[in-house]
Design a protein around this ligand. Structure first.
Ligand SMILES: Nc1nc2c(ncn2[C@@H]2O[C@H](COP(=O)(O)OP(=O)(O)O)[C@@H](O)[C@H]2O)c(=O)[nH]1
Ligand SMILES: [Mg+2]
Length: 219
C-alpha cells in the first residue's frame, strides 16, 4: 500500500539522519581533542566556495596548519586548486551522493593524523538542498551564495541559512553589471537567522577577505 511505503521511507530517513548526527558528535569530539577549529562550507555549484578557500588559505597558511577536505562528485579539481596555496587537501568523491555526510569525515579522521593541523575546512558538494540534512561535526557552518544566483536565492533556501553560522554573499565585484538587490539578500538572511554573521566578498578584488578571516577566527 502506498501509505506503508511512505512510512518506510520516512523511517529510513529518520534513521539516516539520527545515525549521521551521532557520528557528527563523535567527529566534533575528535576535532576538539586536537584543538582544531573546524568549518564546513556549503553553497551552490559556482558560488565561489573553492575560490574563497583559495583566498583564505593564501591568507592564513603561513600562520596556521590547514587541512581542506573537498567533497566533489567525481574530480579532484578543487583540491588541486586549493593545494597551490600552501595547505594540505584531501579529496572525497561522493559519486551519486549529493552531499558529504559525517561518515565521510569520520573516515578522514580515522586515517589521518589530526595532530598535524590547527584548522580544518570542509568544502561540501555544490548543492543548496542536500547538505541541510547532514551535519558533519564542525564548529561552524559557512553558507556561500553569489549575487549571480539572483536576489531570491536566500529566501528560497531558508533551511541552509537557519543551520549556518556565517553567510558569505560573494562576487560583489559584479554588482555594477548585474541588476541585483543585495540589500534584500542581506535582509532575507537576517530575517531567516538573526544570529548569522553576514559578509559580502569578492575573491577577484579581495574585498572583505581579511574581514572574513577575522570573523572565522573570532569567537
Ligand atoms: N566575478 C567573480 N567571480 C568569482 C568570484 N568568486 C569565484 N568566482 C568565479 O566563479 C567560478 C566558480 O568558482 P568556484 O570557486 O569554482 O565555485 P564553487 O563551485 O562554489 O567551488 C569560477 O570561475 C571563479 O573564478 C568572485 O568573487 N567574483
Ligand atoms: Mg568548488
Amino acid at each position: 500500500m502506498p501509505e506503508e511505503g511512505l512510512s518506510k521511507i520516512i523511517e529510513l530517513n529518520e534513521d539516516l539522519i539520527e545515525n549521521n548526527e551521532r557520528l557528527a558528535a563523535k567527529n566534533k569530539k575528535d576535532f576538539s581533542k586536537y584543538n582544531i577549529r573546524s568549518f564546513d562550507i556549503v553553497g551552490a555549484i559556482g558560488a565561489g566556495k573553492t575560490a574563497l578557500l583559495e583566498s583564505i588559505s593564501e591568507n592564513i597558511s603561513k600562520k596556521k596548519r590547514v587541512l581542506v577536505i573537498n567533497g566533489d562528485v567525481a574530480t579532484r579539481i578543487d583540491a588541486d586548486r586549493i593545494e597551490k596555496h600552501g595547505v594540505k587537501t584531501i579529496q572525497i568523491n561522493t559519486g551519486r551522493e549529493c552531499a558529504l555526510n559525517s561518515y565521510h569525515i569520520s573516515q578522514v579522521i580515522k586515517n589521518h593524523d589530526l595532530s598535524n593541523y590547527d584548522v580544518v575546512f570542509i568544502e561540501n558538494v555544490g548543492n543548496l538542498i542536500c547538505p541541510s540534512d547532514f551535519v558533519l561535526g564542525t564548529d561552524k557552518r559557512i553558507v556561500v551564495v553569489s549575487i549571480t544566483e539572483g536576489e531570491w536565492v536566500i529566501e528560497k533556501h531558508p533551511m541552509l541559512f537557519k543551520m549556518s553560522n556565517i553567510a558569505v554573499i560573494n562576487k560583489i565585484d559584479l554588482l555594477d553589471v548585474l541588476d541585483v538587490n543585495i540589500n534584500k539578500m542581506v535582509n532575507d538572511a537576517k530575517e531567516i537567522n538573526p544570529n548569522l554573521k553576514i559578509i559580502k566578498t569578492s575573491t577577484i578584488t579581495g574585498e572583505n577577505i581579511q574581514e572574513l578571516v577575522e570573523i572565522l577566527f573570532s569567537n
